[in-house]
Design a protein around this ligand. Structure first.
Ligand code: ARG
Length: 301
């Protein structure tokens, strides 16, 4: 993990178009080492002494549909056109590309790096109404339009935010989250993270996990990332817990503060490294972009 971001968001690869015969990139998820197996059975992480010494790198507890009615899993296909339920065995691990959050019936907020670079040409579908990717729960929604922030910079991760317009999602247990106001004073304290991304034992999870993290103040985060001058500013929020953080595969997913969307998972130096918080695109900063982008599409422009 040399760079801030692991394979899924390797800098420099963004905006390069795939060669036709390029093999599918190594899946970010690795079933063999997943904390949860296909049936959602949790493997005892402390069965083996060596496992116990791992940093608790990501989440700590399964989340229910009720806790996260807005959670999305974005699936990416290089050639295939559709996602069908039930999914083929192990498919979730290959196809889950990123998290996302339902913010209106037909809008998913996610990270720009999830849909940039070679992923620009991928067919994507959004799965909602599920907290277990290996079973047939929920439904896939077609992506009608991918809209990355115009000024997303794959090198610095600036403006790492994007909207996906999907078929409208009306379904039991599925509900959009409200966004934090642009005056987000008071978003200090603890917030929650959700995702299917990499866990402390190296693989990702078929089950949606959540954890609590503390929001950092900007000055402290600037110091923590002083080796990346200029990257920490009022457009991002930093957060982590004593041993919890988001990680690869959680990108695009939500940072939730008092039932409102505070941030979008973007990057970090490794995962759950002490003194290296996760960095999130700050929703309050992008409120205007989000609102106007949704409104202009709604008017058919
Ligand atoms: N870029 C990663 C992804 O594509 C997310 C990394 C978040 N890292 C962190 N330490 N919080 O899934």
């Amino acid at each position: 993990m040399g760079l801030a971001l692991l394979s899924s968001c390797a800098a420099g690869r963004d905006y390069s178009w795939p060669k036709f015969d390029e093999p599918d990139e190594e899946p970010i998820n690795n079933l063999a080492t997943s904390l949860y197996d296909e049936d959602g059975r949790i493997e005892d992480p402390c069965r083996d002494e060596n496992d116990c010494s791992y940093v608790h790198s990501v989440h700590n507890a399964p989340a229910s549909q009720q806790m996260a009615p807005w959670q999305a899993s974005i699936w990416a296909y290089k050639y295939q056109r559709t996602s069908k339920l039930p999914v083929e065995q192990g498919d979730w691990a290959k196809r889950h590309r990123c998290g996302g959050t339902l913010i209106a019936r037909e809008w998913i907020l996610t990270a720009a790096h999830c849909i940039a670079g070679k992923y620009r040409n991928y067919t994507m579908t959004v799965r909602l109404g599920s907290t277990k990717l290996s079973d047939r729960s929920g439904r896939f929604y077609r992506v009608l339009k991918k809209i990355p922030h115009k000024y997303y910079d794959s090198r610095t991760k600036a403006n790492d935010i994007a909207l996906l317009q999907i078929e409208p999602a009306y379904r039991n247990g599925v509900r959009p989250i409200s966004l934090i106001g642009s005056n987000q004073a008071g978003a200090n304290g603890s917030a929650n993270i959700f995702g299917y991304g990499k866990t402390r034992n190296g693989g990702s999870s078929a089950i949606l996990l959540w954890a609590s993290v503390d929001v950092w103040n900007m000055g402290a985060c600037q110091q923590a990332y002083s080796h990346y001058p200029g990257r920490i500013n009022s457009s991002v929020i930093c957060a982590n817990g004593p041993s919890t953080d988001t990680c690869q595969g959680d990108s695009g997913g939500p940072l939730v503060f008092r039932n409102k969307l505070l941030g979008v998972v973007s990057w970090g130096d490794g995962c759950a490294q002490p003194g290296r918080p996760g960095v999130y695109a700050k929703v309050a900063h992008y409120r205007n972009w989000i609102d106007t982008t949704m409104a202009s599409r709604a008017r058919g422009r």
